[in-house]
Each structure stands twice: as C-alpha cells, then as structure tokens.
Design a protein around this ligand. Structure first.
Ligand SMILES: *[C@@H]1O[C@H](CO)[C@@H](O)[C@H](O)[C@H]1NC(C)=O
Ligand SMILES: *[C@@H]1O[C@H](CO)[C@@H](O)[C@H](O)[C@H]1NC(C)=O
Length: 448
C-alpha cells in the first residue's frame, strides 16, 4: 500500500526541473537575485526601457509597458515546459508611461500617462489595436508622482479604477477630498466614451500617498492596493525615518455594491502614517505595528494619534519602511497576493528590492494587521550594497534589480519586470508545479 502510493507520487511528478531551463544567454549581467527555496527565476526578455506594468492578453501574449517607449506584445512558447518568447510587436507608442489593462472580454485596451487615459479596440490574435484611441480622461498632470495605475474590474465589467499619488513627500492638498490628490477613484467606462476629470470618479479610497499597486481579488472581487509611504520622517524633531512609516497594504471593499466600512474612506495621509519601528517613536504610548500615528505639522486643528486611529482606516498589513511597493498579482484561488517593490533610497542599509507574497484566506491576509512577518520573500536583489543612496534611485550606478510589474500567465507561471536592468524574469517552481497552485504557509528561505 505504502509502496504503491510512493510510486503513484513518482508517476505524477513532472520530469522537468525548471532550473535546467535556459535563461537569455549571459543574463543577468549583475549578481543574480536570491530566490526562495523551491522557486527558480531566470531572465526571458532583455533590452527593455524601464518596463512597468505587465499583463497577459486573452491569447496568452505578454504585454509589457515600457515607460515612454512603447507597449510591446510578446508571443510566448512553452518549449517542453521551459517558457520563452518567440516574437514581439509594438502595440502602442511612446506617449504612455505606466498604467495598462484589458477589459474582462479582452477586447479593449486601456493605457495611461501622467495626464490622460485612452482606450483602443484590441485584437489579441494579431497583437494589435484595431481602432483609433478614445480619450477617457485628461487633466491629471498635477503631481510629481507620475504613475496612473489602471485596474479594469473583471468582476464588475465597466468599472475602471485609477490611482493618483501625491505631488510632494507630504502634500497637504490631499486633506481636501475635492483635490483628487492621493486617491483611488472608479469610473464607468461601459457606456459611450466621455472625457472625465479625475474628480468625476467615485472615491474608492483617499488619504493614500501613492498607491501604485492595485489589484482585484479574483475570487471575491475585493480591491487591494499597496502604498509607497513618506520619506525623511521626524517626530518631535527626532529623525525616525529608518524605521517608520511602514509601507501599507490596504483593503478597499468591493465594486459590486456591497457596502464595506473601508470603501470611500480616508486612509490617513498626509496627517497619519503606519507605525513600524515602535521603539524609535517618541511618545509611543499606545502605538503598535500597524497602528497609525500623527506625523505632526498639519493644519488639521485636532490632529493626534488618537484621531489617526479613530477617524482613518488602518493598513490591513504594514510592510517595512521604504520598500516602495509597486504592483500586485493574486494567484487564481486568491490564496496569495504576490507583490513587487522597487526598493529604498532613504535607508542606510538598502532594502525592499524584492518580490514577496502575502498569504490570503477567505479574502483577507492570514496575518493580523500587527504582524511584522506577513511578507514572504520570493526574490531579492543579490547585491543590496549597489543600491545605496539617491543615485541608485534614479537608475545611476549598478543597482539593476528593481522589480516593477508582476503578472501570472494562463499556465500559472509568474513574471516580474526588472525596471533598471530592463528585463523580464519568469518565476517557476523547481519541481515543475505552477507557482499559481503553491500554498505559502511558512516564510520562504532565500537562497543565492
Ligand atoms: C459582492 O461580493 C461580495 C464578496 O464576494 C459578496 O459577498 C456579495 O454577496 C456580493 N454582492 C452582490 C450584490 O452581488
Ligand atoms: C516612492 O516614493 C518616493 C518618494 O517620494 C519616490 O522617490 C519613489 O519614486 C516612489 N516610488 C515609485 C515606485 O513611484
């Protein structure tokens, strides 16, 4: 009995060992990122210009938004289980920078730049647009954070979510809901085209400094974002920026009309931020990881830690400071949200040049909001010392591995763009199982 089970197990195991699949020759040209036990990562596309959001179309082609260069479509092939590209096509032009998504039926493509949003008819078989652009939005050019992440709901077709960040580290315009600053809003794009202003949209969340990663839980339709928090933070003149604020993973309810306490609410920025290093914060009575504290200096007359905790929605998960999270991809059963972070420039010891996962069950993270261990590392820069200081942030120097876009293909392989090196990695399981199907219960151990 035991013997036959063992044999049955052997019979179903895939013979493919992913680490034997070839990477693009000579890649990467820098210290290879560390990868969690059980996973493999290899470069399958090189030579890109600042790749940002990734997505798969209805024919399984990989679309890569190259910041101010083009949107490129790659034909994918699964050569004995080793994924590779077999050709590419320029789909859209250099006018775009970050946001891109497809409607639920896969037939309409939306893309953004700092100011505008357009849509095009899209033919996935031919990897090309089929109509001239339709303009949906203009007048967003009012911040120095330039990304306008787009999310087209697959659960409630016709709903387009747009995230717009702050214009400064601490931007007090965000205190006014009518400013449109540091918000996520929803727009109806199911009807005849109309050119919206950002403030025409329904507020999904506000007081969100710069929530670049946006995703919809594919099982229950819950909306999630990750937020890039403030730099150079002080409290009572004490510099606390090395350990606070934590970056935030926020929940925004559903788009199907079901009420939630979170939706449309204020998440605290610019007055309040998520606590990470409690012990370094002066007057830390009552603070704990994930609780919001008042950062000081506001025009809000009754601003205080207790107001931050009473009147604003806390992060569902708090991450270490300055990781700069930038994208989110749920697996198909929504048991994990895989996230990318571009990494810190505001830390003495660089951190956050990573791909990590947060385990989910029943639509919510498994870890409590007070946890410091929710992020399970999957991939991390192999040379953090190359990422010290402000120059690394702007792409000078040798800090090459900076994860940006992330997406699953229809077979459950995970893809990650590396912005400064201009590459796309595929992440797979060593044993040939799909990443999509993996259950992440215990923190992974990073291997070189
Ligand atoms: C909306 O989605 C939630 C989560 O899946 C579900 O519980 C609720 O019943 C849905 N509401 C409607 C009106 O369909
Ligand atoms: C996160 O915020 C910092 C500080 O404003 C900024 O330098 C960085 O570019 C932001 N990250 C992204 C991905 O926009």
């Amino acid at each position: 009995m035991i013997l036959s089970l063992v044999f049955a197990g052997l019979a179903v195991a895939s013979p493919l060992v992913q680490r034997d699949c070839p990477a693009v020759a000579g890649s990467p040209k820098y210290a290879a990122p560390k990868v969690a036990k059980g996973f493999t990562a290899r470069v399958i596309i090189t030579g890109l210009k600042t790749p940002r959001q990734l997505l798969f179309d209805s024919e399984g082609n990989l679309l890569v938004m190259q910041n101010r260069k083009e949107l490129t479509a790659y034909k994918m092939a699964y050569d004995g289980g080793c994924v590779k590209t077999t050709g590419s096509k320029r789909v859209l032009d250099a006018n775009l920078n970050h946001g891109v998504d497809l409607t639920a039926d896969g037939k309409t493509l939306f893309a953004s730049n700092i100011d505008k949003i357009w849509s095009w008819g899209y033919d996935a078989k031919e990897m090309k647009t089929t109509t001239p652009p339709v303009k949906w939005m203009e007048g967003m050019r009012n911040t120095d954070h330039t990304t306008r992440t787009l999310l087209l709901s697959k659960k409630v077709p016709g709903q387009l979510l747009v995230s717009l960040g702050s214009g400064a580290n601490v931007d007090y315009r965000a205190l006014d809901i009518n400013s449109g600053i540091s918000q996520i809003r929803a727009f109806d794009v199911s009807g005849p085209p109309k050119v919206y202003k950002y403030t025409d949209g329904k507020v999904i969340g506000w007081g969100l400094r710069n929530s670049i990663g946006l995703a919809e839980n594919p099982v229950d339709g819950g909306i999630w974002s990750n937020e890039n928090g403030s730099d150079d933070m002080k409290r009572d003149q004490k510099d606390i920026h090395e350990t606070s604020p934590g970056e935030e993973v926020n929940f925004h309810g559903y788009l199907n009309g079901t009420a939630s306490v979170e939706q449309g609410k204020n998440y605290g920025y610019p007055d309040c931020a998520s606590t990470w290093g409690v012990e370094n914060i002066p007057r830390n009575e009552g603070l704990a990881v994930g609780k919001q504290f008042y950062i000081g200096g506001s025009t809000t007359t009754d601003a205080s830690d207790s107001k931050c905790q009473k009147d604003y929605i806390p992060a569902r998960i708090t991450l270490p400071p300055h990781w700069a999270p930038i994208d989110i991809a749920f697996n198909s059963k929504a048991t994990a949200a895989y996230m990318t972070s571009r990494g810190s420039w505001n830390l003495a010891n660089p951190d956050g040049y990573k791909v990590f996962a947060i385990s989910f069950a029943n639509g919510q993270p498994v870890h409590p909001a007070s946890s410091t261990k929710a992020a399970i590392p999957i991939l991390e820069s192999g040379d953090l010392s190359s990422c010290k200081g402000v120059l690394a942030m702007v792409g000078l120097g040798t800090c090459y591995f900076r994860p940006s876009g992330i997406a699953f293909d229809p077979k459950g392989n995970l893809y990650v763009a590396s912005e400064i090196s201009g590459e796309v990695y595929v992440i797979q399981r060593e044993d040939g199982a799909s990443v999509d199907s993996v259950t992440l219960e215990t923190p992974g151990k990073l291997m070189q």
